[in-house]
Ligand binder design. Structure first.
Ligand code: KG4
Ligand code: ZN
Length: 341
């Protein structure tokens, strides 16, 4: 039997300070997340400078906790994997500097990880036998990507958002409705008691056959609707607005994704990223996939939003294929998802 590989993953790309230890890319030994949500809540969204400062304060303790919870010391770790983009530059730099310092001091390999690939790999933790090829829809606060993965680390981007990410649209609409940050889960809950047909919001399909997304028109239309209600002194029914907005997002995401599945003749579809925690999105995909004989995968709730276990999992596959970074590794805020070597 081969010796197991233990990866320490570090994630600080936005407002979660996280560290985790994962065995052979699939088995989570610890997954520590210090969420800054309560700090950013009072500002209605993430304040980059505040996020960086909190990462600095918390990162060492979070890494120590990850080791302690896994009952390990630094000596037991084979490599350190870190998110180096995309994300907020100051926030990313905290994780990157920490990982570089550990790699240098411990003389262990440093594996650079793309945050979007991390979200995809969260599924490897939830499903131990899952293997490429597959189609993956990544929907988070910062990204909306439709990707075909032909193998580990081999990605073809089939579509992406041209403006707002899906989660960003959720958060902005929620803010206008007076709901706290992050708005996605709030809208999800409200929509359950609202009428999805109450207001006909637009569906942005773009050019024929396009697999790109656009959510800014929908967001503006929700804002206009709310303003009109105010001007006409009509009641603003939050639950119906939430349900109708969500119906538009879910319809477009599902239809375009199923076209991507059809075009690539795939039998597996993965969901990933914070918005993949959405109950309407999950149930609509479950329905349509079972009707069409497609196997549907989505990570357990705690692995949908940002965490370091997914980074350690992606780092494991990077480790196997020989991805290595040196002390010149820098944060790349607008890093694109591309095929790894
Ligand atoms: O993946 P993530 O933690 O961070 C990024 O990489 O961006 O995603 C956070 C996003 C936020 O926009 C949040 O509102 C959204 O995921 N989100 C949801 C739900 N849970 C989190 N959106 C819709 N429904 C949910 N249940
Ligand atoms: Zn994320």
């Amino acid at each position: 039997m081969q010796k197991p590989i233990y990866i320490l993953g570090i994630e600080t790309s936005c407002d979660e300070t996280a560290a985790a230890i994962v065995k052979d890319g699939r088995e989570v030994l610890s997954n520590v997340i210090y969420s800054q949500i309560d700090i950013h809540k009072k500002f209605g969204g993430v304040v980059p400078e505040v996020a960086s400062r909190n990462h600095i304060q918390k990162i060492s303790g979070v890494v120590d906790d990850a080791l302690e919870q896994a009952n390990m010391t630094f000596d037991d770790i084979d490599a350190i994997a870190v998110t180096y983009g995309p994300g907020l530059v100051g926030a990313l730099l905290v994780g990157v500097s920490t990982a570089k310092a550990l790699s240098f001091a411990l003389n262990k390999p440093l594996i650079p990880v793309n945050h979007i690939e991390g979200h995809i790999c969260a599924n490897y933790i939830s499903y131990k036998d899952l293997k490429p090829p597959f189609v993956c829809l990544i929907v988070s606060g910062g990204h909306t990507h439709l990707v075909y993965a032909s193998d580990y680390g081999k990605y073809e981007i089939m579509g992406r958002t041209r403006d707002d990410a899906a989660g960003e649209a959720y958060d902005k609409v929620a803010r206008t409705l007076g709901l706290p940050y992050p708005g996605g889960p709030q809208i999800d809950t409200l929509a359950k008691i609202g009428n999805p047909n109450a207001i006909e919001f637009p569906r942005a399909y773009l050019e024929k056959d396009s697999l790109d997304f656009s959510f800014s028109g929908l967001k503006s239309s929700v804002l206009n609707f709310i303003n009109q209600c105010k001007m006409k002194n009509e009641p603003i029914v939050n639950k119906d607005i939430a349900a109708s907005f969500q119906a538009s997002v879910v319809e477009v995401l599902v239809n375009k994704t199923m076209n991507a599945v059809k075009n690539t003749n795939s039998s597996k579809l993965l969901l990933a990223g914070g918005v993949s925690a959405n109950s309407a999105l999950r149930s609509e995909f479950s329905r349509i996939c079972s009707e069409n004989g497609i196997e549907l995968y989505y990570p357990e709730m705690a692995l949908c939003t940002d965490n370091a276990a997914m980074i350690a999992s992606a780092g494991y596959y990077g480790y196997l294929r020989g991805d290595r970074a040196d002390m010149k590794l820098n944060a790349v805020p607008s890093l694109k998802l591309s095929s790894q070597l």
